[in-house]
Design a protein around this ligand. Structure first.
Ligand SMILES: *[C@@H]1O[C@H](CO)[C@@H](O)[C@H](O)[C@H]1NC(C)=O
Ligand SMILES: *[C@@H]1O[C@H](CO)[C@@H](O)[C@H](O)[C@H]1NC(C)=O
Ligand SMILES: *[C@@H]1O[C@H](CO)[C@@H](O)[C@H](O)[C@H]1NC(C)=O
Ligand SMILES: [Zn+2]
Length: 465
């Protein structure tokens, strides 16, 4: 979720959650507009004390603020990237075992590594399964899920040969991408990127797409998925705006994060020289298309994309031999991949929900601590995981996936909608009756249904046909 909190969503959910909590109170549309404007107009009430207070905080906050408020003299992302690279470089040193391919010195852990390697390989054989457990895969690859998965997909699509990619450059490029995600973020980290890449792969394999996409589309789709949240600071755009962050100024308060993800990706593409053998025009056009895909993940523009999608589907005028239409479908696929957590089996859905809520609430804590207006969805005192999830599912995820399944009416789409509805039910039950025995019974029910739908999707997803 590039930026997960769109204003309209915030307004919607605030209203909805307040109704849930207070029962009778409801906003009329004037109140809603006022609330909207007030939120757009949040002012920093006190920025004093940032300097001292941030020292004693959670390590992830500390790192965030150091980078967030390092105002580069050259006013560009370049020197900010150097600060980041320094941190990334430390991470690189700490995980250099992976890069240099040196086995651990302890013979026992070497054997263990071997075993893990075997299991990771086995998992990759089923990389097209919708119930692929990216958390497990990340553990088995020692935190290298993004590099490993993306490399595997490039390889299995034959993109390395087709585009004459240098394997060493590709690996280095992917490592840089992975390192530029902030592992301190509970949600917006490299595992989320790997998860989105895996989901994107499942969509690319859907018959309508598989039959029409060119290898250039495939390359872009995977690249965009892997880089779509690059260097995400773990706070949302309104936060960057109200704390006068330089990125907000740089991108004029508009798709601030998505622009930054895109520019960071282009920076790494150039730095790694991965595509330096291609003609300049091709390179530039790839970079542009990459940007257009990443910018589509800006949730605040969700309705524009959704209504365009809907209107195409109503008119039945999508023609995938048309490059523009294929690009549009890639945008929609990436949008789906980005917010598909609630369409995964309950166990995965639940883990993602906890992580994203932790990140939201963490932002809310920072806001409260510094006397900034607390973003409604980020306020741990007035929200619960269940309420946030139910609202997000109902107003953002469901409408998108309903259209997607109109476009691609397959088993996978049915499976995703099935999980979505079960998971929503799951959150509702958890919210309404926190009684353990009740929720355990329904948990079993859910799991068995989920298993059914998984096994149905297996044959379809398992082979790159
Ligand atoms: C790297 O490892 C050292 C020692 O294990 C630790 O003190 C340091 O914080 C780590 N750095 C990063 C960026 O993880
Ligand atoms: C991915 O991980 C497997 C198992 O750990 C390993 O054999 C393989 O070399 C890795 N691939 C890449 C590209 O890192
Ligand atoms: C961005 O928004 C802030 C706060 O509303 C405002 O002060 C600033 O002028 C805006 N910047 C641009 C470039 O629009
Ligand atoms: Zn995302």
């Amino acid at each position: 979720m590039g930026i997960v909190l769109i204003w309209s969503l915030v307004v919607f959910l605030t209203r909805w959650i307040s109704q849930k909590r207070r029962g009778a109170i409801s906003y009329d549309s004037e109140d809603q507009t006022a609330l909207y404007i007030r939120m757009l107009d949040v002012r920093v009430r006190s920025q004093l004390g940032f300097e001292q207070e941030r020292r004693g905080s959670h390590p992830y906050l500390y790192v965030d603020f150091r980078i967030l408020h390092s105002r580069p003299e050259s006013a560009g992302p370049v020197s900010a990237r150097n600060v980041r690279r320094l941190l990334s470089f430390q991470r690189y040193l700490n995980s250099s075992q992976f890069l240099r391919g040196i086995p651990a010195s302890d013979p026992l852990s070497y054997i263990l590594d071997d075993d893990y390697t075997g299991q990771a390989k086995l998992m990759l054989e089923k990389v097209g399964n919708w119930n692929f457990d990216i958390f497990l895969f990340d553990r088995l690859t020692n935190g290298n899920s993004l590099v490993n998965l993306t490399f595997h997909l490039f390889n299995s699509y034959g993109l390395i040969e087709l585009f004459q990619l240098d394997m060493v450059k590709l690996r280095r490029f992917l490592v840089m991408i992975q390192e530029d995600y902030r592992s301190q973020n509970p949600y917006h980290n490299a595992v989320h990127a790997a998860d989105v890449t895996q989901a994107m792969y499942c969509y690319l394999q859907e018959p309508k797409l598989a039959q029409t996409l060119t290898s250039c589309d495939l390359l872009l789709g995977l690249l965009a998925a892997a880089t779509h949240d690059l260097d995400h600071p773990g706070v949302n755009q309104p936060f960057l705006i109200k704390t006068d962050h330089y990125l907000a100024a740089l991108y004029k308060n508009s798709s601030v994060l998505e622009n930054h993800h895109w520019k960071s990706a282009v920076g790494l593409l150039r730095e790694s020289a991965l595509l330096s053998h291609l003609p300049t025009e091709d390179r530039l056009s790839l970079e542009e298309r990459l940007g257009s895909l990443i910018l589509a993940t800006d949730i605040s523009r969700q309705n524009d994309y959704l209504s365009e999608f809907r209107s195409h589907l109503d008119k039945e005028d999508l023609c995938l031999t048309n490059g523009g239409h294929r690009h549009f479908i890639l945008q929609m696929a990436l949008k789906c991949a980005d917010i598909c957590n609630p369409c995964r089996p309950w166990k995965l859905c639940q883990q993602w929900s906890e992580k994203v809520t932790e990140e939201f609430f963490h932002q809310g804590d920072i806001e409260r601590k510094h006397n900034l207006e607390v973003t409604p969805l980020c306020d741990r005192q007035s929200n619960s995981i269940a309420n946030i999830q139910i609202g997000f599912m109902s107003y953002v995820v469901e409408p998108l996936f309903l259209e997607w399944s109109r476009f691609s009416d397959t088993r996978l789409s049915q499976t995703m909608l099935g999980h979505l509805s079960l998971n929503k039910q799951g959150w509702k039950e958890g919210r309404d009756k926190p009684d353990a025995t009740n929720s355990r019974a329904s948990e079993e029910q859910r799991t068995s249904v989920a298993k059914d739908s998984n096994s149905r999707v297996l044959p379809q997803g398992s082979k790159g046909s």
